[in-house]
Design a protein around this ligand. Structure first.
Ligand code: SAM
Length: 257
């Protein structure tokens, strides 16, 4: 039986292992640091800006859960959205606040828990969360919170990991971690697309898009990194879309309340 991890375990891991922090040597929190991480993010997650269409959310009240360094929050802010964010860690709150501030943006960015948000019912037009809710103790409870804080008709945009993906398979074959080479996140759940639909069954409409194929990694200088960079990246570039699409690592879920 696996160890039952607590929210404190999740918080202390993400406070230390800020997402992608190891891909740059610039001083943490410097403008160059944010620029390098942002560039890496949207090269790696190359579908994200087109899929989300951040520019369409001008004037909308947007909450990001688990904002990390705040790259996606920055996209919403640049588009003219009224942005708020909650993250378990004080490190993420500091970094996301500094990230937005370097372009003169502000928002209600605070420490908070996806499973018990300090936010009244029916508050937001959009609740966005990318790669977060599968790391918390009670994922179903956190999706209940997404639903609760959305206005009627409001939109959830959520990414959860795909169990049946190239990355889950490659990590298993090479025996490597998923989040960081030296230490993995305490909780990493993966779902099938059918399970994602079930998780969002309180919503009126649920649309699913699977994406995120192999891209050159700067994070893993081990067997997994080599397998990824020299085998999977070129192989997936020639695979027909009908074959590779279900194998993407990210299940993007768009659902309305
Ligand atoms: C993999 S990082 C993703 C960060 C960001 N969304 C991104 O895509 O770069 C996971 C983030 O989720 C946050 N997180 C995990 N569990 C959480 C919870 N229960 N409530 C709020 N944030 C949480 C972590 O602190 C961390 O910043």
């Amino acid at each position: 039986m696996g160890i039952a991890h607590t929210l404190d375990d999740v918080r202390s891991y993400w406070n230390e292992y800020v997402n992608d922090i190891e891909v740059t040597d610039y001083a943490v929190g410097s403008p160059e640091f944010f620029e390098a991480l942002e560039k890496y993010r949207y090269e790696k997650i190359d579908y994200l800006r087109d899929y989300v269409g951040f520019e369409n959310y001008k004037g909308k009240k947007v909450l990001e859960i688990g904002c990390g360094v705040g790259h996606d929050l920055m996209q919403f802010a640049r588009a003219g959205a009224d942005v708020s964010a909650r993250d378990l860690t004080d490190n993420a709150v500091k970094l996301a606040t500094a990230n937005l501030a370097r372009e003169g943006y502000t928002g209600d960015i605070q420490q908070g828990n996806a499973e018990a948000l300090d936010i009244p019912d029916d508050t937001f037009d959009v609740v966005y969360s990318h790669g977060v809710l599968h790391h918390t103790v009670d994922t179903e409870k956190s999706i209940g919170e997404v639903h609760r804080v959305l206005k009627p008709g409001g939109e959830a945009i959520i990414m959860l990991y795909n169990r049946n993906s190239w990355l889950a398979f490659a990590a298993w074959v090479s025996g490597t971690n998923i989040e960081h080479a030296d230490k993995d996140a305490p909780i990493i759940r993966k779902y099938s697309t059918r399970e994602c639909r079930e998780l969002f069954n309180a919503f009126t409409s649920v649309r699913i898009h699977v994406d995120r194929f192999p891209k050159r990694t700067l994070k893993f200088d081990n067997l997994f990194g080599k397998l990824n960079n020299y085998l999977l990246v070129p192989f997936f570039e020639i695979l027909p879309d009908a074959i590779r699409r279900p194998l993407g690592w990210h299940i993007m879920i768009r659902a309305n309340k």
